[in-house]
Design a protein around this ligand. Sequence first.
Ligand SMILES: Cc1ncc(COP(=O)(O)O)c(C=O)c1O
Length: 430
Amino acid sequence: MSKKEELLRRRQALVPQGVGVFNPSTVLEAKGAILTDADGRQMIDFAGGIGVLNAGHCPESVVKAICEQAQKLIHACFHVATYEPYLDLCEKLVKLFPHGEQTKVMLTNTGAESVENAIKIARQATGRQAVIAFSGAFHGRTMMAMTLTSKTAYKLGCGPFAPEVYRLPYPNFYKFNDGLTHEDFVRRELTRFRHALVSVVDANNVAAVIIELVQGEGGFVAAPKEYIAGLRQICDENGIMLIFDEVQSGFCRTGKWSAAEHYGVTPDLSTWAKSMGSGMPIGAVMGKAHVMDAAKPGTIGGTYLGNPVSCAAAIATIDFMAENNLNEKAVHIGNIVMERFKAWKNKFEGVGDVRGLGAMCAIEFVKNNDPKQPDADKVAKLVTACADRGLLILSAGTYKNVIRILSPLVISDADLIKGLDILESELAKM
Ligand SMILES: Cc1ncc(COP(=O)(O)O)c(C=O)c1O
């Protein structure tokens, strides 16, 4: 029996099936964009631990920072004793992601925790209850985050969900353009949003709108720029907090520190995690100071928030990203991937759409060239076939019919091309 078979057998005996298996691969150790699996076989990583490893596996400076901090202080609890790594990290984040004149930061452990707290802050800041989220959204698996999440397959039997959450259609042009021009599509979607503030939920009861500028689990769908500008205007007119969930899109993935930079729109609040700490559990809620300060003492927080070792990892990760120009690398990777994807669209049956912002690239598979007929089977087969050939890939999309590229941004051109070659040769067999 291979070590892989042994591990998967032990997993099946010990771990409940609810903790899903998104890829049948195993891992012993990893460096950069290469994993070594439990049997010592090398694999190219196009999954990045679900978008966590923009700076690559185990960057040396991050490992060093973790070790040094662990020798000094592993935990104190920021509610109990103030420590410098927390503040150093906040200062860095505020410089990278200014939210207007003064920005404040609450550190967390995960993306879902960031989302939970952003909603609590928005509610306290507005004195209102309702939250608007979008179809195709993914915001995490804690109860409010899961309520905000769209995909019903992730929520089966988990209700009742949090009250006062309303869902509107995400402006997915590929799927729902209905023959409209881009401009007319955006106009229709914004009109629909305005109408919902009367017909679905009263604008005066809406605390926040939460949106992913580029949907992650939803299949790397980017909202049109003009839509986000319109949303900002609607929120301003109605005293609604606009929250950007940048958990998957942040920290160089799109070729900029934030997806928001592409849009030129400032949110009231934003949520972060994933690649921020190179795999150490850390996230953040950021926002305009007066909004962040609306949360009463004791209403937000937690034992582990902004753990010193995680803070040290995040500081070193951000420095590594800046020193190694990961934003430029993301653009370079995106160009290589998109060139191949576009060629496949002409070469292979069933490629419905190819899209990308920086290195946040995806290819969507459909039947009969119809955006509304997703082909999840093909994607499931590709994930398994690529794993057998030494390439780790992940699906995405409400219907699991999208393959997304989340490789570390430190991947060499040779490994990136080798990975794309594997994907292409498996696609050619389908
Ligand atoms: C946009 C977005 N928000 C929130 C989350 C939840 O993050 P976590 O899994 O760290 O709780 C995710 C995770 O995939 C995400 O992509």
